[in-house]
Design a protein around this ligand. Structure first.
Ligand SMILES: Cc1ncc(COP(=O)(O)O)c(C=O)c1O
Length: 384
């Protein structure tokens, strides 16, 4: 029996491959974007309490009301934004699902979506599975800035959407208000929809501010914005996220969502609602910035070089150009096998596997994990 190929991505994702290789070679895993430290005990306790208190049946389709209210209060506090819990917010099983559902809500065969590369690996398969075409535009190294002229040239009558990710995986770059202004000027007289993947919104460093598309007057009404609790509360395995979008978009999103998963894990939603309402949540950006700084300080003892410290996210890209001529995927596999440290090659984030001799390190790790990884990386030699 021949089954259809719904998208062009080959094989297993690089994250699964590298984590598998890390396990096989007992390597320190700085590849996949997940923390290796414990979550706040109060969050675990809330989950326990949820099950004991009987929050064990289906939650309402848009999400548990108390979680939606807690998110609304959080956005009011952190951004001064008003979100309507009933008409603009839907709880989802993670952000990857929310991105897929948003694409499925809007795409029809023949549509085009602009994707800025390097990009999170689910975007293009999601677009293609919906019969649409991904138009890729490379961000400009070394700062990974947007080439606006190319974006303007790519826009045509078939352009249904553009997907933006800030803070950015894998480069750690963030969008400024000026970036959003540029995009606003290009989409002004079009029906182009924006998908804004803001899963790392709370992980922004050095006193910078995350600028959300929701804060942009001209863009908010045409945007789906996707979030993940996993990245904020260090519980990526819970797979709970949410989508904020204007009422008409939310209605359409739920028309798809109710037949994809219908209802999201109830005890986890209850626990997150309780936790989010606490007055003294830990300062997650400060904690992660310390990890970034510690990682960078130690990385300077190795032959890896960086263009600039990550402005946000869990990730630091680094060049191994002084260490090896190998293509990046080969280098990452070699590094895992021979030196016991797993990373992600940046070419994996490009459809055509553009290779700039860069790898991505995840620094959302315990201090001892970082120390052990660097001890191994410090043994690498500069090429002569
Ligand atoms: C840019 C980006 N979007 C979405 C996700 C996925 O979030 P979730 O685990 O909630 O599906 C990730 C996870 O690595 C990510 O890096």
């Amino acid at each position: 029996m021949l089954l259809p190929h719904k998208h062009t991505a080959e094989g297993t994702t690089i994250f699964t491959v590298m984590s598998g290789l890390a396990q096989q070679h007992n390597a320190i895993n700085l590849s996949q974007g997940f923390p290796d430290f414990a979550i706040d005990e109060r969050l675990s306790q809330s989950l326990h309490e949820a099950a004991l208190k009987g929050f064990n049946q289906y939650a309402p389709m848009p999400g548990l009301p108390q979680l939606r209210q807690a998110i609304v209060a959080d956005f009011k506090k952190r951004y001064g934004l008003h979100i309507d819990a009933d008409t603009e917010l839907t709880i989802t099983p993670g952000a990857t699902y929310a991105i897929y559902t948003a694409f499925t809500t809007i795409l029809e065969p023949g549509d085009e979506v602009i994707v800025l590369e390097p990009a999170y690996d689910s975007y293009i398969p999601n677009i293609e599975t919906n019969g649409a075409k991904a138009i890729t535009i490379s961000l400009q190294a070394p700062g990974f800035t947007v080439d606006w002229e190319r974006v303007e040239q790519a826009i045509n009558l078939r352009t249904k959407a553009i997907i933006v990710n800030t803070p950015h995986n894998p480069t750690g770059a963030i969008w400024s208000k000026e970036d959003w202004d540029m995009l606003a000027s290009l989409v002004k007289d079009t029906n182009i929809i924006i998908l804004s993947d803001e899963v790392y919104e709370q992980l922004v460093y050095d006193g910078r501010q995350h600028y959300s598309v929701l804060q942009h007057e001209e863009l908010r009404h045409r945007s789906f914005v996707l979030y993940s609790f996993g990245k904020v509360f260090h519980n990526t395995g819970w797979k709970i996220g949410y989508c904020i979008a204007p009422p008409a978009f939310t209605t359409a999103f739920r028309r798809i969502h109710q037949f994809l998963c219908f209802s999201v894990n109830t005890p986890a939603q209850y626990a997150l609602a309780q936790y989010l309402s606490l007055p003294d949540l830990p300062a997650v950006a400060d904690m992660m910035q310390q990890k970034r700084d510690y990682f960078l300080e130690l990385l300077s003892q190795t032959p890896f070089t960086i263009h600039r410290p990550a402005a946000g996210s869990y990730f630091q890209t680094a060049s191994y150009a002084h260490i090896s001529h190998m293509p990046d995927t080969e280098f990452a596999q070699w590094l895992t096998r021979e030196h016991g440290v797993a990373t992600i090659p940046i070419s994996a984030f490009y459809r055509h596997k553009k290779d700039d001799k860069l790898v991505r390190f995840c620094f959302a790790k315990k201090e001892e994990t970082i120390v052990q990884a660097i001890e191994r990386l410090a043994k690498l030699n500069v090429m002569v």
